[in-house]
Design a protein around this ligand. Sequence first.
Ligand code: HEC
Length: 128
Amino acid sequence: MACQTCHIPEYARSGVATKSYWDWSTAGKINAEGKPYSEENYTQGNGKHQHTYMSQKGDFEWAENTEPAYAWFKGVVEYVNDEKVLDPEGIAPVNAIRGDPASDDSRIWPFKIMKGRQACDSVNNTLV
Ligand code: HEC
């Protein structure tokens, strides 16, 4: 086990929320004056701006006092770049954590999972 697995039982603590979901597909709305706008949530966390919607970026969700997800990790992350062909019906692990119980250099680590809806090229099935 990694030290952090025991020593970080929760994250986004002490009134500091973390972004947990980002939906790009809702970007582009305009207000009654025809201008881009944003919506904010001040009730969570430390009172700082927490956008729940931005015309340029879409919808956001936030989380606080959240338990991590756990995974075997050997220090290797596979990042999806704009050449990787994705399954358009599936969920794409944009940052895939690599490790396994059989390898000496793997430990169980805690992770924040952030999900989202990302723009993709529907002809080539790649991220944009
Ligand atoms: C299996 C769970 C676990 C793992 C893994 C773990 N710890 Fe701990 N650690 C604890 C617990 C529980 C305590 C509190 C022990 C006590 O108070 O008697 C503690 C106490 C400590 C303390 C003392 C804190 C203090 O206030 O005196 C330090 C420093 C520490 N750990 C560092 C580490 C480091 C560095 C690692 C990785 C090399 C690590 N721990 C891995 C569970 C863990």
